[in-house]
Design a protein around this ligand. Structure first.
Ligand SMILES: Cc1cc2nc3c(=O)[nH]c(=O)nc-3n(C[C@H](O)[C@H](O)[C@H](O)COP(=O)(O)O)c2cc1C
Length: 177
């Protein structure tokens, strides 16, 4: 039976460059089934302990958690907002962590980031690496795809990005197959 990868961008933007990067990367995977989702499809209020106590954990947090549980591996790309993860991404993670604090259960992950700037969201990538590994992800490697507008062309990534990402995908393939 083929292995399942859950892929998403940590962005709630309709025009997300990280979602476009994820779409290109998903097109490079031929060794597993990929479920490419958007966090925009999950209706989650801003996490708060009062909300949780009074109303409970939203159904969409359980739906997200179910997708994580069904996956054998993950490919995630985070944007950078003021040097860290966007609120929308952290919010999904915070909600799901209230169901299970070993969310990723030692499963492998390729972690990416992108921004229009040259550093490609490198500090957000570092924060995401620390948060997601604390929640059980085995991060096989990371890559920050900088200067998105110059290096992404109608779904194609420049040569350097293709090489770096192919290396990360090879590690993921080895790990799950
Ligand atoms: C509130 C805010 C803060 C931002 N801070 C950064 C930043 O610290 N570093 C950076 O490279 N880009 C920053 N940006 C620009 C984002 O990289 C850019 O909007 C990018 O398109 C976001 O990724 P997405 O399109 O996948 O949502 C910021 C954008 C916003 C709206």
């Amino acid at each position: 039976m083929s292995k399942k990868i859950l892929a998403f961008a940590g962005s709630n933007s309709k025009q997300s460059i990280n979602a476009r990067l994820i779409n290109s990367v998903v097109g490079m995977v031929d060794f597993a089934e990929v479920d490419n989702i958007s966090i925009r499809s999950f209706d989650l209020p801003l996490y708060g302990i009062d909300y949780e106590k009074e109303i409970g954990i939203p159904d969409d947090a359980h739906k997200f958690n179910d997708l994580i549980k069904k996956a054998d591996a993950f490919i995630i790309s985070t944007p950078e907002h003021n040097g860290s993860l966007p609120v929308a991404f952290k919010n999904v993670i915070d909600w799901v962590s209230r169901i299970d604090n070993d969310i990723f259960n030692d499963k492998p992950m390729v972690l990416l980031s992108s921004s229009p700037g040259k550093r490609g969201g490198l500090s957000s990538l570092g924060h995401a690496e620390s948060i997601l590994s604390r929640l059980g992800a085995e991060i096989l490697g990371t890559y920050a795809f900088g200067s998105f507008k110059e290096r992404y062309n109608n779904g194609s990534l420049d040569e350097e990005a293709q090489l770096e990402i192919n290396n990360l995908l090879a590690k993921l393939e080895d790990k799950i197959n």
